[in-house]
Write a protein that binds this ligand. Structure first.
Ligand code: VIB
Length: 225
């Protein structure tokens, strides 16, 4: 999956961190069905809390945007997260016997705090591109993971999870996010962004957010003795 031209460059610069994230034992367990249910449920609750702050980060991107098109794309993502993705999470958790009250009352895991606040800080201390580099592993990584797991073809109780991210709707979200990033990079760094003095810092942001995704999966697995 390439999702534009910037993402493959950031992904390559992230080195092993990228495969540590997208081929994490948690991911492989979703694919072959061996992931313990308790780990999945723990992940789901934490992920609900993650989405609260992830939505805040996209809202921050609206204020850091330089064009109306960027503002519209980020505002649309905030809307989709708050009124689509998060509602879906509540429904998925309800189906698993976890009430919305439990979701709200759950304590954030340190790995969750580290990741979400890192992304928010990338936006607060940096500009729109710093924020995009920190947001990108989340959106595009799940697109890549879903697409790969869908090719496994075996039976897994997590088939719905895989179908969501492998599906055409979510893949279209990833292509749009890739285009938003490419446009933002070209506007600010010109046609050869790798030559910009800002480039290494953006790559570092992407890599750090990727490492925090790895820790997030590990947090899910550690919930199981
Ligand atoms: C820790 C963690 N990382 C990534 C995602 C994936 N994700 C977050 S929001 C969203 C919708 C599109 O922006 C998707 C796919 C997640 N849920 N949890």
């Amino acid at each position: 999956m390439s999702y534009g031209t910037t993402f493959p460059l950031w992904r390559a610069a992230a080195g092993d961190a990228w495969s540590d994230y997208t081929r994490h034992p948690f991911v492989e367990g979703l694919g072959d069905g061996t992931l313990p249910r308790a780990a999945y449920l723990h992940y789901l609750v934490q992920d609900y809390l993650y989405l609260v702050h992830y939505s805040r980060a996209w809202a921050l991107a609206v204020t850091k945007a330089e064009t109306l098109d960027e503002m519209r794309a980020c505002a649309a993502t905030v809307h989709a997260l708050l009124n689509g993705e998060m509602r879906l999470h509540v429904q998925t958790c309800a189906a698993e016997g976890i009430s919305e009250a439990e979701l709200f009352a759950a304590a954030e895991a340190p790995q969750n705090i580290a990741y979400t606040r890192y992304v928010l800080d990338a936006g607060h201390s940096g500009d729109f591109l710093d924020l995009m580099a920190a947001l990108a592993p989340c959106v595009l990584g799940y697109g890549e993971i879903g697409a790969r797991l869908a090719t496994f073809g075996g039976k897994t109780p997590y088939a719905d999870w895989i179908a969501t991210y492998a599906g055409a709707d979510y893949q279209a979200v990833c292509h749009k996010a890739g285009a938003l990033i490419d446009g933002a990079v070209a506007r600010r760094l010109g046609e050869v962004p790798e030559d910009s003095p800002r480039w290494p810092r953006l790559c570092a942001r992407f890599q750090t957010a990727t490492r925090l995704e790895v820790d997030f999966w590990a947090m899910g697995l550690r919930s199981c003795p």
